[in-house]
Design a protein around this ligand. Sequence first.
Ligand code: IPE
Ligand code: IPE
Ligand code: MG
Length: 249
Amino acid sequence: MSVKEQLITEKLPRHVAVIMDGNGRWARQRGTARVFGHKNGVKAVREVTEAAAELGIDYLTLYAFSTENWNRPKNEVDALMSLLVSTIASETKTLMKNNVKLFSIGCKESLPNNVQEKLASCMKQTSTNTGLTLVLALSYSSRWEIIQAVKNLAGDVKKGDVDISDIDSNLFSGYMETRNMPDPELLIRTSGEFRISNFLLWQIAYSELYFSDVLWPDFRKEHFYEALLDFQNRERRFGKTSDQLILNK
Ligand code: IPE
Ligand code: IPE
Ligand code: MG
């Protein structure tokens, strides 16, 4: 049986988040510029998006550019921004065909105008699609998101719209960029790095973490299925004991 055939549809996560890492090393292994790795990472994005859509997963969040990535050399940042524009433009047709809705999280205002425009137009065009929601984390970092949430919440408390005694994790989640989405049940990071790099810190409180040695440009549907199968074999206890889960109490 193939890995895909072993997957149990009822046990699939609703939301998968991915830290797409290893483009630079992939390029270096080939003696090419880092940008070449980013360009080849687009194929992996296409594969994983298509796989998630086919399986009926509701949300796929891809970490495409972090707040900290602004500190990379200007030529790399510029190349990544151009790649974003050209990829969104060329992929919109496929998103439509696969019934995928595009969404983004992160500090949109810090993105170049042409990126903001392309993103807005693709989001608008795909807004009535009802399949997978593809969420691009762009100029995103979790601490930035949490600070924004705290500022907005403090503002609402000050205005008298929120009572301090009503603040709980549910209410706070509603101030995050990911409001209206379930927390990711599974977080994948490629390229053999074992860290979170400021990604969805609040939302991954109980996510299953999966680390793959594969460099992002080499990541294919089969690797995605392997991560999902591994996830399905985990016991998610949420603080309870195994016995409680078995007895369902
Ligand atoms: C991930 O690949 C893509 C981005 C962070 C934009 P990297 O560019 O981080 O690749 P490595 O980690 O240097 O190999
Ligand atoms: C994390 O990768 C950000 C993205 C995948 C967009 P990095 O390659 O920037 O992370 P660090 O700096 O190695 O932790
Ligand atoms: Mg990296």
